[in-house]
Design a binder for this molecule. Structure first.
Ligand SMILES: Nc1ncnc2c1ncn2[C@@H]1O[C@H](COP(=O)(O)OP(=O)(O)OP(=O)(O)O)[C@@H](O)[C@H]1O
Ligand SMILES: [Mg+2]
Length: 389
């Protein structure tokens, strides 16, 4: 960058007293030092570039974003330090301001938003080069993605209400007519009763299945507020295991428990948590092909949260399946609805918690539920690391 301020002073230097020149110059140096300090203290990246895109200044924050150092970057072309940013393309033909988003992969995957603006304000002003301001918008983007996801769910909720209305009514009427038919069939001859009865019971089963899908779908997405009371998560777990025992025993699956001795009470909706556990334990045993099937359930608790994890030594999931586990109706099972995990996630989130899924193909899967401890109302956050200057 040409020092145009300096040039202006120099052009008028013969009209200025020598003492005044000295004062002006030392002011300039002081101001430069001051600005440099301000730039270094900023969380935003700041780069000064000349007309050709050569970096004349880069602050620490920008160095962190782009994985470089001031020594490496200064005097270099922008495109060399930020691979993929083509200066000529970026600057365009007019001296206008550009704002763009950028994804960087090195030194870590971040989303950045930058703002490139010519320093000169007027067209005819001398060319001072460009200033580039860079902001880290990784978190903002993650929040936006969550928002889109919840909007998608809202749209689904509306759709579900419509579907329930449209399908629920004819289903009821079908069920009534089947009952009437069944009554009439009872007056027929034995042989006719037998064959018609088979058809009727198939139809009844299918109607039942449709009804279950519909109910589960509504349950998956209808935002029903949990009725939470202080409760013991271990107790709910034991009850759920008790209820699932016949299914587990018939598949010869053993369940190992590794639970903390002293689990704090949590604000839980017993029925909903039970349902979440059923879904997770069913998923676990459905992924296991005997023999030697084992499900391990662990719990832990610290000052802020309680975790419960359910691990299986089943098939595990491929990255493709993992990518779609929360999509409604996405299932790899012949008789699955693809709603189980969506329901679990909704329940856990309505308890203020989160869920994490880890899986490796042919090794197994672990689903961990995190519940915030409601007996802790506030939590003092760690001091933020000081900004390196
Ligand atoms: N423990 C697990 N091991 C391997 N794959 C799993 C496991 N849990 C879930 N999955 C995969 O994730 C998919 C979605 O699971 P989800 O529970 O949401 O639906 P589903 O089990 O297919 O149907 P349902 O609605 O009856 O639960 C499953 O089809 C399966 O491919
Ligand atoms: Mg399931």
């Amino acid at each position: 960058m040409k020092s145009a301020v300096l040039e202006k002073i120099l052009s008028r230097v013969d009209q200025i007293e020598p003492g005044e020149v000295q004062a002006l110059l030392s002011r300039l140096v002081r101001e430069k030092g001051f600005l440099q300090k301000v730039f270094e203290a900023l969380r935003e990246g700041v780069l000064l570039l000349d007309e050709a895109g050569q970096i004349s200044f880069i602050n620490q924050a920008a160095c962190r974003f782009f994985g470089t150092t001031p020594e490496q970057a200064q005097g270099q072309h922008l495109g060399k330090i930020v691979r993929g940013l083509e200066w000529d393309h970026l600057k365009g033909s007019s001296r206008s301001t550009v704002s763009r988003d950028l994804e960087v992969f090195y030194p870590e995957n971040r989303y950045l938003n930058f703002y490139l603006s010519p320093i000169a304000e007027e067209e005819d002003e001398a060319d001072y080069g460009y200033v580039m301001l860079v902001r880290d918008v990784t978190n903002v983007r993650a929040e936006a993605a969550e928002e889109i996801e919840s909007e998608k769910l809202n749209a689904l909720t509306l759709l579900a209400a419509g579907v329930a209305h449209e399908i629920g009514n004819p289903l009821n009427s079908l069920s009534l007519h089947l009952q009437l038919l069944e009554r009439k069939v009872r007056h027929l001859e034995k042989s006719d009763q037998q064959s018609l009865g088979d058809h009727l019971s198939t139809a009844r089963n299918e109607i039942g299945r449709l009804d279950t899908i519909l109910k589960q779908f509504l349950q998956a997405i209808r935002p029903s507020a949990p009725e939470r009371k202080p409760d013991n998560l271990h107790e709910i777990l034991h009850e759920s295991l008790q209820a699932l025992r016949p299914e587990l025993e018939s598949r010869d699956i053993s369940v190992a428990l590794d639970l903390v001795d002293d689990i704090p009470l949590l604000e839980l909706d017993r029925t909903q948590i039970q349902q979440a556990l059923y879904n997770l334990i069913r998923n676990a045993y459905q992924a296991i092909s005997p023999p030697n099937g084992e499900i391990t359930i662990r719990s832990s608790s610290n000052e802020y949260e309680v975790t419960l994890s359910i691990s299986d030594n089943g098939t595990g999931m491929s990255p493709e399946v993992m990518g779609a586990i929360f999509e409604p109706f996405h299932t790899t099972k012949a008789a699955g609805n693809g709603l189980g995990l969506l329901i679990v996630r909704r329940i856990v989130r309505e308890h203020g918690g989160e869920l994490e899924v880890q899986s490796e193909e042919e090794v197994g899967t672990t689903v961990t539920l995190f519940f915030p401890r409601t007996d802790k109302q506030v939590r003092l956050l760690e001091d933020q690391a000081p900004i390196e200057v």
